[in-house]
Design a protein around this ligand. Sequence first.
Ligand SMILES: NC(=O)c1ccc[n+]([C@@H]2O[C@H](COP(=O)([O-])OP(=O)(O)OC[C@H]3O[C@@H](n4cnc5c(N)ncnc54)[C@H](O)[C@@H]3O)[C@@H](O)[C@H]2O)c1
Length: 323
Amino acid sequence: MRCIVTGAAGFVGSSISDALLEAGHEVVGIDCFIDYYPREMKERNLENARSHDKFQFVEQNLLGADLDSLLEGADWIFHQAAQAGVRASWGGSFSIYTDNNILATQMLLEAAKGERAAKTLKKFVYASSSSVYGSAEILPTTEKVLPCPVSPYGVSKLAAEHLVGLYDKEFDVPTVSLRYFTVFGPRQRPDMAFHRFIKAGILDEPITVYGDGEQSRDFTFIDDIVKANIRAAEVESRGEVLNIGGGSRVTLNQTISVIEDVLGKKLVVDRRERQHGDARHTGADTSRAKSVLDFAPKYPLEKGLSAEADWLETAVLSSTTGK
Ligand SMILES: NC(=O)c1ccc[n+]([C@@H]2O[C@H](COP(=O)([O-])OP(=O)(O)OC[C@H]3O[C@@H](n4cnc5c(N)ncnc54)[C@H](O)[C@@H]3O)[C@@H](O)[C@H]2O)c1
């Protein structure tokens, strides 16, 4: 298959690209290295894919790219590009979220519709988010629960998800939206809690926890997210919105104990006030993904955290020793 992966230098996009290449597919990866975190980390994410002759990397912003020619001959599109991050989405930076999350998605859908959707394109998979639910009152949450985001980021992901659904219904673009619940593992973004906690632990620095630490999340290991994406592309079903979660809900305080076990040392915790936009709890009911994709999460938290710690040991040590 000829696959387009947007956000291909990021955490999830680079992991999907690697798996597609491993399975023998051709991948066109698009990314513009937005400066939310260092380019150096994204370049490292791309190293494996760049060594494949079936990988082509295009450094371009979706907002200014010639999408028509980039999508030429595409069978599957995995749309991962976005401005991530809940806390930074308030205030003046909101336009970065509307541009990269809503407008860029609309432009990609425009390029996918018409002749392309009718003849070549087999699936458009969109990376949605559990943040569309906000602090859902029903846990675990099914896709039938009315979305009610508590952050501007969540609003932007939901708006784009609605666009994806509209282009499926109105213009016959075959889509699936996957609502990821907090993704972790090797290559996790440096602003995310596990990355910050493990790195601080390795360097013997204190960690910052916002709120009382009793907020809970359904953490999903990256390999499960990658598998769900590829299944979503392979299956006939379309027009679906599916939760992709890790299978259990854990509080932040509990995850700190697991990280302490993995690292074999105690973490020094600096507690600060809850941040605006942080959902209290998230938990996925994944029965719909089980029936449509035959999806079941495979990686328990401890195993996934060990893999992330191994990766960070290498990344942190190599950046501090300059190797
Ligand atoms: N990581 C999570 O826990 C999580 C949870 C829910 C949903 N998601 C969604 O999954 C997707 C991937 O997230 P991630 O954690 O890998 O983030 P990431 O920041 O590591 O990757 C996103 C990539 O998209 C690129 N990008 C952004 N706007 C672009 C544009 N206009 N043109 C070209 N490239 C652009 C960025 O440069 C970045 O490399 C995002 O859509 C995010 O909203 C992630």
